[in-house]
Design a protein around this ligand. Structure first.
Ligand code: GDP
Ligand code: IMO
Ligand code: MG
Length: 427
């Protein structure tokens, strides 16, 4: 049972970092397969808190090899500062492997991300401003810079020239900015080459050989299902495929190797940035979820938009990812509400709709239809087994499981590694 995918079932920030770290002690490799340093994964180990952006959360487990796959976009300056930060805290990062085919977030792509958002004004996506979209656009336009390009100066120069040709026209003529010089970019990128070198590997070969040897490989998604470029709330999405299929393309592992797909699901819903969000709350309940849940972005420091649990979205995540399990997080945050509304379906233009509409217009019009579930007031943060939970908390979990279409195999009752109830084993 060697390959597992762990991914966000909602709009990101479900607690993927914590879940990955929890499993990290029992797996051989943890692989990021898409996204970049737009991710913010918080891991709490004892009294230590780590915020990871680009590095796989498995980096905190000494026995585990962390891998940055070909589908990831890498900002070398962020990578180095993250590595330095961990090394200063005594974390050994020497086992890290980075695919030579991963694309590099160049300084001009960070600039393009920021100016494009400014240009969009009211219609902005609310990106993290880390250059993610423009870097994936260059990849698809075949003018991207890959990690391996840093080791051939002449090829690198040609590629940066090709990438900047069009961009400089855009920057100077449309965005009224100064042109970016090829030489300056090449010099900056070459400056990263030596330090990156020991990590660069043929990660596709490494991972497939590991799987042949029955090693356990965990693919850690960034972002979430509803932020997927194909299956999310386009255009208010990220520019990669956080859904399960992304693990195959973003790491070079065939679908026949994947044995389990775990969706990380918050017991309520949050979203950062623009876009539709049917169960969003603008009242004191929303404020309370934000406060109690500590819902502030790890990457950008923005307040997260908060709302009740949406079972339509959870069912959708089960379908597009082929989820085998859910890991329900932050159940403890809901302690204290007398009644907890859960969205079971939408009303769209007067009709009841049970499944996520494919039409963006319909989704923008979707109004949640709520069912109220009875709440609990007992502290659940010390619960170790399902039976330790108050009856109403058990019923809440069971109701979510029933509505969402896959078994809830673990329940988070606090941010720490040990604050987890394991219902079914993942390994
Ligand atoms: P990720 O991007 O999916 O890794 O999630 P984030 O780290 O951005 O946000 C999740 C936040 O919830 C982090 O601060 C975690 O420490 C915290 N967290 C994770 N699981 C639980 C849980 O079960 N209970 C509580 N109270 N906090 C949790
Ligand atoms: P983790 O891995 C929540 C959102 C941004 C924006 C949209 C596009 O911590 O769950 P981008 O910079 O990717 O082009 O921005 O996606 N977004 C996230 N929201 N969690 C994340 O990552 C996110 N990464 C990107 O807010 O709406
Ligand atoms: Mg996050």
């Amino acid at each position: 049972m060697p390959a597992l995918v762990l991914l966000g079932a909602q709009w990101g920030d479900e607690g993927k970092g914590k879940a990955t770290d929890l499993l990290g002690g029992s797996v051989d490799y943890v692989v990021r397969y898409q996204g970049g340093n737009n991710a913010g994964h918080t891991v709490v180990v004892g009294d230590q808190k780590y915020a990871l952006h680009l590095l796989p959360s498995g980096i905190l487990s000494p026995g585990c090899t962390p891998v940055i796959g070909n589908g990831v976009v890498v900002d070398p300056s962020v990578l180095f500062s993250e590595l330095n930060g961990l090394n200063d805290r005594g974390v050994d990062t020497s086992k890290l492997l980075i695919s030579g085919n991963a694309h590099i977030i160049t300084p001009y792509n960070v600039t393009v991300d920021k100016v494009t958002e400014r240009f969009l004004g009211k219609r902005k996506i609310g990106t993290t401003g880390r250059g993610i979209g423009p870097t994936y656009a260059d990849k698809i336009n075949r003018v991207g810079i890959r990690v391996q390009d840093l080791y051939d100066e002449s090829i690198l120069t040609q590629k940066v020239e090709a990438a900047l040709d069009g961009k400089n026209q855009l920057l100077t003529k449309v965005f009224n900015r100064r042109a970016i010089e090829v030489g300056q970019v090449v010099e900056e990128l070459l400056g990263y080459a030596d330090r990156l070198k020991p990590y660069v590997a043929d990660t596709v070969l490494v991972l497939n050989q590991a799987l042949e040897e029955d090693k356990v490989v965990l693919f850690e998604g960034g972002q979430g299902t509803l932020l997927d470029i194909d299956h999310g709330t386009y255009p208010f999405v990220t520019s990669s495929n956080p859904t399960a299929g992304g693990a195959c393309t973003g790491a070079g592992v065939g679908p026949t190797k994947i044995s389990r797909v775990i969706g990380i699901l918050k017991a309520y819903t949050t979203r950062v940035g623009s876009g539709p969000f049917p169960t969003e709350l603008f009242d004191e309940d929303g404020e309370a979820l934000r406060r109690i849940g500590g819902e502030r972005g790890v990457t950008t420091g923005r307040d997260r938009r908060c709302g009740w649990f949406d079972a339509v979205i959870a069912r959708y995540a089960t379908r597009v990812n082929g989820l085998t399990d859910f890991f329900l997080t932050k159940l403890d945050v809901l302690t204290g509400w007398e009644q907890i509304p859960v969205c079971v379906a939408y009303e769209i233009d007067g009709k009841r709709v049970e499944e996520l509409p494919y039409s963006q217009t319909d989704f923008h019009h979707a109004k949640p239809i709520y069912e109220n579930l009875p709440g609990w007031s007992e502290d659940i943060t010390k619960a170790k087994t399902f039976a330790d939970l108050p009856k109403n908390a058990q019923a809440y979990v069971k109701a979510l499981e029933e509505m969402s279409g896959a078994p809830i195999s673990a329940i988070g009752v606090g941010p720490g590694r040990t604050e987890t109830i394991e219902v079914n084993s993942f390994l």
